[in-house]
Design a protein around this ligand. Sequence first.
Ligand SMILES: [Zn+2]
Length: 215
Amino acid sequence: MLRYPDPRLRKKGLSVTTVTDEHRTLVKNMIETMYEENGIGLAAPQVGESLRLLVIDTRPTDEDDKPTTEGLTELEKQVQQPIAIFNPEIVEQRDLTDYEEGCLSVPGFFETVERAQYVEVKGLDEHGKEIRIKTDGLLAICLQHEMDHLEGKLFIDRLSFLKSNKIKNKIKKTGYPDPEEVAEERAKVRELRAERAKTQSVAERAKTQPAAPKK
Ligand SMILES: [Zn+2]
């Protein structure tokens, strides 16, 4: 796994004109790596392949580590995961949302990033056939995060100048936290996300509840 500030993470990925067996092997390996690292998405440049390819699986897992659909939006449920997509392009996007993002190439750091809430993405599947993904939720956020990697862009580039520099300088000066600290940071963010999801759903419920009749 390449980590910031590795210059290979800054290269633009090349388009794939024909999907070959070699590409399919790469997809398989990338999906394995993503699961091993407990990630929800991985872009080819992160494993040193300068190609426009990403893999994603945002499904939560149950106690037995089996994927579930719990907490997924209706649109997310309609998308079969894991996803592998070559040459992804956003053809439509709307509304804004934000999320505490992290990245396997910037381990131990999490910051809120603003993204489109809904996206429609087209690209090629591992058989070279055109696919379209219409989604919102975490899947939409993850697609946009991974697509940034294909442009040589990282989530820490999307923060305020001050925040971004703070993180970049810290990494350059003291390196990355050890795996234990990364795990701790992850657990904290998971709690924060769960807390936010709760308050959000309360807010959404309040929105959809019929207004009290006026007297
Ligand atoms: Zn990333």
